[in-house]
Design a protein around this ligand. Structure first.
Ligand SMILES: C[S@@+](CC[C@H](N)C(=O)[O-])C[C@H]1O[C@@H](n2cnc3c(N)ncnc32)[C@H](O)[C@@H]1O
Length: 333
């Protein structure tokens, strides 16, 4: 990161300064985004350089801590590119983007800067770790000062929602239904059964124009001891089957193949896009689903109920999917 733009020569000034744009450019050099999405890389770099000029030091420190931001952009690149293409060719009432389990919301923030505000009206970051509405974040919550203290070209709002809770899912449904046009459901790095929750959301309404899901870690092995079963509509599988698969790669493939079968529509694909630098756990699976005009009229999947439950009496506490009610504005960060 640039420390000074002053010429070297004064002892008190850092000598090895570099420009923000050069520094940002160099950070991406070892990442696959350079070869896979060179044009997107340029756009991301431009936005990151703008952020370095726009945000205060504390926010920059938080966002650029350990340079993780570059890894995140590298790994979400396939979805960023997909959304750019989708919005470019889109005509119709204004779109909305849900960045589900957003964390700091790099995906939503970048897209706010780059998408056409004539086509995309709002961006919602949804995460259970946001602070309560109007409150400062605690040490364990996600600090959202970069959202609420700054203006964004496309408005960004944060919603504190636990997507595993039925009532909070209903609030998301109410928000979904209040949108003027279709909603893009983008979910990057969803751990364990959060991926099932995202799929269940997508199945439940044809207002979701597409689902972009990048699953992250597998459900814990404790699910085997709990005899967990995952059921979405007619598709059912168990943690035992998952953990019977050899090696991490076998399990991750099984998990993703089964997630695919939980998606109620036909127009879907699971792509292996080699973005990961990890040799041990290369999480390179990207799920793309989009409703065709036929799916939209028939609303396939609307009646697909989700159940995640334990067959072990000690642990029996089923999670079922929700119907619809009002939004609880207290939870809006
Ligand atoms: C691995 S992070 C991914 C963050 C971001 N999408 C990214 O790729 O950088 C997972 C996020 O899911 C959120 N999360 C975990 N459980 C959740 C739940 N039940 N409901 C909503 N958000 C949840 C966490 O707070 C965290 O921000």
């Amino acid at each position: 990161m640039a420390e000074s733009t002053q010429p070297a020569g004064d002892d008190k000034r850092p000598v090895n300064w570099i420009n923000d744009d050069k520094w940002v450019h160099e950070q991406f050099e070892s990442y696959p985004i350079c070869k896979l999405y060179p044009n997107l890389r340029v756009k991301v770099e431009e936005v990151l350089v703008r952020w370095l000029a726009k945000f205060d030091k504390k926010i920059i420190h938080r966002m650029f801590k350990a340079n993780k931001i570059f890894k995140e952009f590298n790994e979400s690149a396939p979805f960023l590119q997909h959304i750019l293409d989708l919005v470019e060719s889109y005509t119709g009432p204004k779109l909305t983007l849900f960045d589900l389990c957003s964390g700091l919301g790099f995906v939503g923030c970048f897209l706010s800067e780059i998408l056409d505000p004539e086509k995309v009206g709002n961006i919602y970051l949804i995460d259970k770790m946001f602070p309560m509405h109007g409150c400062e974040s605690t040490n364990t919550q996600i600090n959202i000062d970069h959202i609420r203290k700054y203006e964004w070209p496309i408005e960004i709002q944060c919603r504190k929602r636990n997507i595993k809770k039925t009532r909070e899912q209903r609030e998301i449904t109410t928000l979904l239904e209040s949108r003027p046009g279709p909603v893009i459901l983008c979910a990057v790095h969803l751990c364990g059964t959060l991926s099932l929750q995202a799929i269940n959301m997508y199945n439940s309404s044809n207002k979701y124009i597409c689902l972009l899901l990048k699953p992250c870690c597998l459900p814990g092995k404790v699910h085997v001891y709990q005899k967990q079963e995952y059921v979405i509509g007619p598709h059912k599988f168990t943690a035992r089957q998952l953990y019977k698969e050899p090696k991490w790669r076998g399990k991750f493939q099984f998990w993703n193949d089964n997630l695919m079968q939980c998606i109620a529509i036909d127009n879907k694909n699971l792509q292996d896009i080699p973005v990961s630098l990890s040799k041990v756990h290369p999480q390179n699976k990207f799920i793309f689903a989009a409703r065709s005009a036929e799916d939209e009229t028939e609303q396939s999947g609307k009646d697909w109920e989700m159940k995640i439950f334990s067959n072990c009496t000690k642990y029996q506490k089923p999670v079922t999917n929700p119907p619809n009610t009002q939004e609880n504005s207290k939870l809006d960060a």
